[in-house]
Design a protein around this ligand. Structure first.
Ligand code: SF4
Ligand code: SF4
Length: 91
């Protein structure tokens, strides 16, 4: 599931950003930004929005593929960093 925001109805109260446990929402200027890579689709923001403009929707196949790619690339970076640390310790 993915968070979808109807920006036209948003009153910029920042309530969603305040309750998000993963800091996946942030008020940036005059817009709420959503960071899907941090989001765990818990739905807390949906319930917290006083304007009812946030919903959880099914992700498209393309979005899922993109999310998997990002996760894979992050894991690779982590592994690489671990190897580099180990190599440095040996020296
Ligand atoms: S669904 Fe949960 S994790 Fe995702 S933006 Fe909303 S509160 Fe944050
Ligand atoms: S809680 Fe709803 S109305 Fe308030 S900033 Fe978030 S999306 Fe906009």
């Amino acid at each position: 599931m993915a968070v979808k925001i109807n920006y036209e109805g948003c009153i910029l109260c920042a309530g969603c950003a305040a309750v998000c446990p993963k800091s996946a929402l942030e008020l940036v200027g005059t817009r709420i930004e959503h960071y899907p890579e941090k989001c765990i689709s818990c739905g807390i923001c949906v319930k917290a929005c006083p304007a009812n403009v946030i919903s959880l929707v099914k992700e498209s196949k393309q979005a899922l593929t993109e999310a998997k790619k990002i996760k894979k690339s992050k894991m690779k970076t982590k592994k690489r960093n671990k190897k580099t640390k180990k190599a440095k310790k040996k020296k």
